[in-house]
Design a protein around this ligand. Structure first.
Ligand SMILES: Cc1cc2nc3c(=O)[nH]c(=O)nc-3n(C[C@H](O)[C@H](O)[C@H](O)COP(=O)(O)OP(=O)(O)OC[C@H]3O[C@@H](n4cnc5c(N)ncnc54)[C@H](O)[C@@H]3O)c2cc1C
Length: 187
């Protein structure tokens, strides 16, 4: 973990570069699923098949979750999906919940709308939460699945280019400074 001291006390999850045995293979390694980019979409696309026991390699050119001003509002539907991925309750516990929206003109309320007028729902209509927490909970979930034996490799500092059937991986932030391999997804 790496602390960004000027941003309160958020602990930045890291996924440092580690040399993969695939890089030393004589022929391109074949993987079921290769996900390029460990942003919210890439991490979600990693967790979903991994929960079904499907092998996933996820590669990101950075080595940590994103930081700064990014997504802030999360609606009920994504929270329901995140619950399936094992992160919904973490999000709701940390976020600011709201169901009711209000529109003001100066100090006068001109409109009000309720996104969740009925009871009995597990999650609120919306939460507000910084994107880096969202990504942190997804990375935590990846780590928990790995600890439970799920076949996930999360590789940071790895930039990819190539085609949908062949991924060329180049590493940086590592010594020696550049090494190449290719991963050929199967199926
Ligand atoms: C300044 C800013 C403000 C924003 N504000 C809001 C907001 O207020 N509300 C809102 O809903 N959304 C906001 N967004 C948008 C939101 O952040 C994105 O919709 C969200 O991050 C998209 O997720 P993603 O996983 O698709 O992509 P990203 O979060 O961009 O993740 C993609 C990942 O792939 C990696 N990558 C890219 N190319 C390669 C490659 N060739 N090889 C390896 N890795 C690669 C990147 O480093 C990155 O980690 C904002 C975005 C920005 C930039």
């Amino acid at each position: 973990m790496n602390r960004i001291t000027d941003k309160k006390s958020f602990e930045v999850p890291l996924y440092a570069y580690e040399r993969s045995p695939d890089q030393d293979a004589a022929t391109p390694a074949c993987r079921k699923v290769v996900v390029i980019g460990a942003g919210p979409i890439g991490l979600a696309a990693t967790i979903d098949p991994a929960q079904q026991g499907i092998e996933v390699v996820v590669l990101d050119d950075n080595d940590k979750v994103s930081f700064g001003s990014r997504a802030i509002c999360f609606a009920k539907r994504p929270l329901d999906i995140l619950d399936r991925l094992g992160c919904g309750h973490d999000m709701v516990e940390k976020g600011v919940e709201w169901d009711l929206g209000k529109v003001f003109f100066d100090s006068r309320k001109v409109y009000e709308f309720d996104h969740l007028p009925e009871g009995g729902h597990e999650f609120p209509a919306f939460i507000n939460l910084q994107q880096y927490y969202f990504e942190k909970y997804l990375v935590n979930r990846v780590r928990a699945l790995q600890a439970a034996g799920a076949p996930i490799e999360l590789q940071g500092a790895t930039q990819c280019c190539g085609s949908p059937t062949r991924v060329i991986m180049s590493t940086w932030l590592s010594a020696p400074p550049r090494a190449n391999t290719s991963w050929k997804p199967t199926g």
